[in-house]
Write a protein that binds this ligand. Structure first.
Ligand code: 1HN
Length: 348
């Protein structure tokens, strides 16, 4: 509302009017317009960090309290402190830590929410996506695109812990959640392990492959080994002053994001590197895969080490200071912003 001087009687008359129309579910726009249409994003989301060493213990405790079979998915949700009760780490994204103990399976289901996994600890577990298994190694980025059947299992001897990232809050906002449980716990292995990576992930595509207009990547796993090799292989060049060495994961058939609603990134900051102040509209979840550092988010300092997870809200100014050679994985709803013409960044 623009500044005007008004009489006390007028103030009173308006208040009575607002109270009256309130009962008809009517609200005057002029009282809320400034909060709706802000000159720049004003996110209610707050910067937050989860130290792996501190969440690992309660997660292992969940392993003793409830089976994967009973829980369906044994996950502790990383809730943004400003969004408690909403299963959200940003306004559109969900993050959680999932534990699967040796011998356990998490039964097959599918849903319209898109999901990613990033293995943090314990090797030997697998995720199966539409009939193809992928054994998860640390740092591997694995997709379960919308409406694909997926189940997990751990035939190994170590507990497996990974980060789940999903577009749950976005799909909820759109009221577009559908899901289905499979009649079988574990999908039949219709294809040998590694099939998709060979067909689609080697700078080649099947001769007659045509991606649909809105299609997720046909590659289900982006091995960390490969991403790491790329990050190290470009280290001879000049790092970007705001981003260090940063690459985005792509759908190899389109050059677009791995999934329509979720973008994912791998970043290397050499020891001692300090990024210049940077902001973008996509609130972003970061995972430290290697190294350590300090993230300064709108002036708040968060110290992170390996396997720690932190969240940077939309349009918050981010600076990262690497205190050793640091590799960060991150994900966000950037493809949604970009598809809708909403994405912006600012570099100081
Ligand atoms: C889900 O399907 C998984 O398949 C993990 O492992 C976390 C969080 C919300 C909704 C579905 C999984 C999930 C989820």
């Amino acid at each position: 509302m623009r500044d005007h001087t008004i009489e006390p009687a007028q103030v009173q008359a308006r208040r009575e009017y607002y109270d009256r129309i309130d009962k008809q579910n009517l609200t005057p726009l002029w009282e809320v317009l400034d909060r709706l249409v802000t000159p720049e994003p004003v996110s209610p989301v707050v910067p937050a960090l989860w130290r792996y060493a501190e969440v690992r213990e309660p997660l292992m405790e969940a392993g003793r309290l409830i089976s994967a079979a009973e829980a369906e998915r044994r996950v502790l949700i990383l809730e943004n402190p400003a969004l408690r009760g909403r299963s959200a780490i940003t306004q559109t994204m969900y993050a959680g830590l999932q534990l699967i103990m040796p011998g356990e399976v998490a039964a097959a289901h599918r849903h319209t929410q898109s999901a990613l996994r990033l293995l943090l600890e314990g090797e030997g577990a697998y995720t199966a996506v539409d009939g193809e298994r992928t054994t998860m190694r640390r740092g591997d980025f694995i997709l379960t695109p919308a409406w694909t059947w997926h189940d997990h299992g751990n035939p190994g001897i170590q507990p497996a812990i990974w980060l789940d990232g999903l577009d749950v809050p976005l799909v909820r906002t759109l009221d577009a959640s559908f899901s289905e449980r499979s009649s079988v716990a574990a999908q039949l292995q219709a294809k040998p392990e590694g099939d998709a990576l060979k067909r689609y992930g080697a700078n080649m595509l099947p001769i007659d492959y045509q991606p649909a207009a809105v299609s997720p990547s046909p590659v289900f796993v982006y091995p960390y080994e490969r991403a790491r090799e790329s990050l190290l292989g470009i280290a001879h060049g000049e790092p970007d002053s705001h981003l260090g060495f940063k690459l985005r994961y792509v759908n190899p058939a389109t050059g677009g994001s791995p999934m329509p609603t979720i973008g994912a990134y791998a970043q290397r900051l050499p020891d001692g590197f300090e990024t210049r102040p940077y902001r973008c509209t996509d609130g972003t979840v970061y995972v430290c895969l290697e190294g350590s550092g300090e993230a300064e988010i709108d002036g708040e300092l968060l110290r992170f080490g390996t396997n720690d997870i932190f969240v940077v809200p939309s349009w918050n100014v981010l600076r990262i200071h690497a205190t050793s050679d640091t590799h960060l994985f991150s994900f966000s709803d950037r493809p949604v912003h970009q598809a809708l013409g909403l994405w912006r960044e600012a570099r100081e």
